[in-house]
Design a protein around this ligand. Structure first.
Ligand SMILES: Cc1ncc(COP(=O)(O)O)c(C=O)c1O
Length: 365
């Protein structure tokens, strides 16, 4: 007989995608579907840094003290406030692992990063979902609504990506501060997920000193161009970081990831330049879509939304051999919008031309 796992894992509602169904993406197409970094110059920099990693690293367990100290200087916090993790996903999971007991309430947004509902189930939490409303400006969820919901439900943990994904929404700094303060008053842990920092440069990191219940999750997967290396970090008060260290694996991430991130921290200017190029590409793409009469959302993060409306079928057919992207969301707040990750103005050119041809009823050559 197959042993039954703990109840939350046995729950048939907890499902994960079948890895054997992964067929890989065609390297001839542009990959604009997973919000990775699609700036060739940044990827070339990461390749150069990787090529310089001492091959000894492959045979050795990681030694991450130097990275903690260097990262602390860059983030502007004591290294005791940091926990390295396997992507920001690892930081999120550590917060659940350390703080959420079965039956406790977790508050998440909807739609949001896919792992929030998964970890909520995995750790047996009751979920309160705050759903973004549709509006002319795109998805809306105000800080005051979150504050009210915190007071009503008194959750153990509140998870708020800022910017959120896939919505691209951000809370203004004063509203975010009110939400963090309300979480503290309710005795909750507040997780602000900054996976899209510095595409949105506002950050809650400076509030860590004031709010000991606040944890910020960040990643190297987006701006830094290192999604495949699976390295991110949590920033929190030294006391909270110490609890997160208690649930870390033997080694937080691989020796290669540690060495790569340490070296990449000498290239913060290049990372910022990559972000600027991707932001320029995003603006060029959205401007072109608007000139075609299409509705766009100018949210934050290295991604953007366009509604193709009556042209959807023609556009999807025209782009099938050009790029991957996320087609036609069904959630009410993003209904009919397709999402594209940012790339450079040059790489966006063929995408824009194909969409223009489809919208104008011409066949793309
Ligand atoms: C809001 C948000 N948080 C976390 C993640 C996970 O990122 P990572 O690759 O660092 O685990 C993503 C990935 O897309 C995301 O959109």
């Amino acid at each position: 007989m197959v042993p039954t796992p703990r109840p939350a894992i046995a729950d048939p509602a907890l499902t994960r995608p079948d890895r054997l169904q992964d067929s890989g993406r065609d390297p001839r197409l542009l990959w604009l579907d997973k919000n990775e970094n699609r700036d060739p110059a940044q990827l070339a920099l990461v390749s150069r840094v990787m090529a310089e990693i001492d091959p000894q690293a492959l045979a050795s367990y990681p030694d991450s003290g130097a990275l903690y100290r260097k990262l602390g200087r860059w983030v502007g916090v004591d290294p005791r406030c940091l926990v390295l993790t396997a992507g920001s996903d690892g930081a999120i999971r550590s917060v659940f692992e350390a703080y959420v007991a079965p039956g406790e309430t977790v508050m998440i947004t909807a739609p949001t990063f896919a792992m929030y509902p998964v970890y909520s189930r995995m750790y047996g939490a009751k979920v309160v979902q705050l759903t973004y409303r549709p509006s002319n400006r795109g998805p809306v969820l105000e800080g005051a609504e979150i504050v009210e919901a915190i007071a009503a439900h008194r959750p153990r943990l509140i998870c708020l990506p800022n910017p959120d994904s896939p919505t691209g929404t951000v809370l203004p700094p004063d509203e975010l501060r009110d939400v963090i303060a309300a979480a503290g008053e309710a005795g909750a842990v507040m997780l602000v997920d900054e996976a899209y920092h510095p595409f949105s440069d506002a950050s809650a990191v400076s509030l860590i000193a004031e709010f000991p219940h606040l944890v910020v999750a960040r990643t190297t997967a987006k701006a830094w161009g290192m999604a495949g290396l699976r390295i991110g970090y949590a920033v929190a008060s030294p006391e909270m970081a110490a609890y997160l260290h208690k649930v870390r694996p033997m080694y937080e991430c691989s020796t290669v990831a540690v060495a790569a991130f340490e070296a990449m921290l000498d290239h913060t200017r290049e990372m910022a330049e990559s972000v600027a190029r991707l932001e320029a590409g995003k603006a060029a793409f959205l401007d072109a879509m608007e000139r075609l009469g299409l509705r766009v959302l100018r949210g934050k993060g290295n991604f953007m939304h366009v509604a193709f409306g009556v042209h959807a079928e023609a556009v999807h057919a025209a782009l099938a051999d050009i790029c991957y992207y996320r087609r036609d969301f069904a959630e009410p707040c993003l209904k009919g919008f397709s999402r594209f990750s940012s790339t450079t103005p040059e790489l966006f050119r063929p995408v824009i031309d194909a969409i223009a041809a489809a919208v104008k009823g011409r066949v793309h050559a």
